[in-house]
Design a protein around this ligand. Structure first.
Ligand code: ZN
Length: 478
């Protein structure tokens, strides 16, 4: 007797399991939020009676893609930061400070809609403003995406003398114990609440802004909180030259050397970006079992440096790919990573294997899951794992014919090829329709917020954006 299942998803199945099996004319059976079977379509149709049949000929069935770094409250800042560098303190932070909790909700809905539509089922969110975490976490729960969500700020103000005068000034820092206590209490409340309320789909993490902005005490206290609640910390590290100059001036050591010395590099540590990382620092990450979130398009956007991804992975450091708000589409990020790392490591030595399309796909799925310490649940299509599954529509001349499905997807697919998306067995995109967000109602809200952020950020830019909007479309056409 065939058993009932909730859904059968059919197509070329790209499992990303340990053997990297690809099953042509394959299928994935889903029951009670989990993967019940992976195999040949003929066999699974005999074994199961599905309530819902999805996919079919010329579709690809792949694991839900994983974005290992994003800021959902920055989804409407992206163009305001473009080609106007440096932009963290001048553009990004003022933008987030100008937003209230409802603005954060609008921005998070825009970001999540972009991600889900592009087949991203898990996002690592980094909330660094003091008051937006509740609005963002609630939006995560409502929209159905899975989220490793870090919150937290910093407690240290720094001064770099070389920016002024080194004759009568020295580089200095001062800690703010009041700010530390207040933010620790808020972070602990967030961890305690969302360990319960997250329903297994939202896992709370800790955010520490960066080495120059956080005291040693803050790093150690948050590490203790992480141990207490069974989670880890995310830290932006080695992103900008200014950050490293500060670290060297203040502590006489580079950022990752500093974190190693104070003892916070562990398997629960996720280094965000790590662009300007030395081979010695890569060794420290590898020895500690720490991971890296790599956003290759941001490397290009801020012209900082190409992260040494090939060296990191060879040393055993898991590296996940990230969108970091600038392009919320992991297909484009995978392709960018493939081109970037092949150009930097493959071309100089004529080595076609230095970084392949399969490496890119691994970093967008199972390796990103490892970086987020979530590989027991997500990142590949295997029996017993959470049913985070994406169907890509290959019924077009870009994706047909396909002889190496992973190569085809990394080289030629785009987010709009995604047909259906399931997170933990719940269908959130159904044959092109996003079920959990009213996109038409969201558009005017997004535009109003975009115009308002433009008013805040326009005067802060060195060069004006040519198409800066003064009023939303609805008001212009009224
Ligand atoms: Zn970031």
């Amino acid at each position: 007797m065939p058993e009932p299942v909730d859904a059968l998803l059919e197509g070329t199945v790209v499992t990303m399991d340990a053997e990297r099996r690809t099953i042509r004319d394959g299928a994935v059976a889903v029951r009670a939020g989990r993967i019940a079977a992976v195999g040949e379509v003929r066999e699974l149709r005999e074994r199961f009676v599905p309530e819902r049949l999805l996919g079919g000929p010329r579709r690809f069935v792949i694991p839900g893609l994983i974005d290992s770094h994003n800021h959902l409250a920055q989804a409407l800042v992206r163009e305001n930061a473009l080609e106007d560098l440096p932009n963290i303190y001048r553009i990004y932070i003022p933008a987030e400070m100008a937003m209230d909790a409802d603005d954060a909700r609008v921005s998070a809905q825009v970001g999540i809609a972009q991600l889900l539509r592009a087949g991203v089922t898990t996002v690592a969110e980094t909330t660094c403003t003091p008051e937006h975490e509740e609005a963002i976490a609630r939006t995560v729960m409502e929209t159905g995406i899975r989220c490793a969500m870090a919150r937290g700020t910093g407690d240290r103000t720094t001064e770099l003398a070389s920016n002024y005068s080194q004759i009568d000034q020295t580089s200095s820092y001062h800690d703010d114990p009041g700010a530390l206590r207040e933010d620790l209490a808020r972070t602990e409340k967030f961890l305690a609440d969302w360990t319960q309320r997250g329903d297994g789909r939202l896992r709370p993490w800790i955010n520490n802004l960066g080495v120059p902005s956080c005291s040693e005490e803050r790093f150690l206290e948050t590490q203790r909180l992480g141990e207490k609640y069974g989670t880890g910390m995310m830290v932006h590290v080695n992103r900008d030259r200014e950050e490293i100059e500060l670290s060297v001036a203040l502590f006489g050591e580079r950022p990752l050397e500093h974190l190693h010395r104070i003892g916070v590099l562990t398997p629960d540590f996720l280094a965000i970006h790590a662009m300007l990382t030395t081979d010695r620092e890569i060794q420290l990450l590898a020895e500690a079992g720490s991971a890296v979130a790599h956003a290759p398009i941001v490397c290009t956007d801020i012209v900082s440096a190409v992260t040494k991804v090939v060296t990191m992975r060879a040393a055993g450091v898991p590296v996940g790919l990230g969108c970091d708000t600038v392009i919320n589409d992991i297909f484009k990020v995978m392709r960018h990573a493939f081109v970037m790392h092949t150009q930097t490591t493959g071309i100089p030595l004529y080595d076609p294997w230095s970084f392949t399309t399969h490496d890119a796909m691994t970093m967008g799925t199972i390796e990103a899951a490892r970086a987020l310490r979530w590989e027991a649940e997500i990142g590949s299509l295997e029996v017993g794992k959470a049913a985070d599954v994406v169907i890509v529509d290959g019924r077009n001349v870009r994706l047909t014919p396909s002889f190496d499905p992973v190569g085809t997807l990394v080289r030629y697919a785009v987010g709009t090829d995604v047909e259906s998306v399931m997170v933990g067995g719940r269908l959130v995109v159904d044959e092109g329709r996003l079920l959990t967000i009213d996109e038409q109602a969201l558009l005017p809200e997004a535009e109003r917020l975009g115009v308002r952020l433009g008013e805040v950020l326009g005067p802060r830019r060195y060069r004006q954006l040519p198409g800066m909007l003064k009023t939303p479309v609805e008001e212009r056409t009224r």
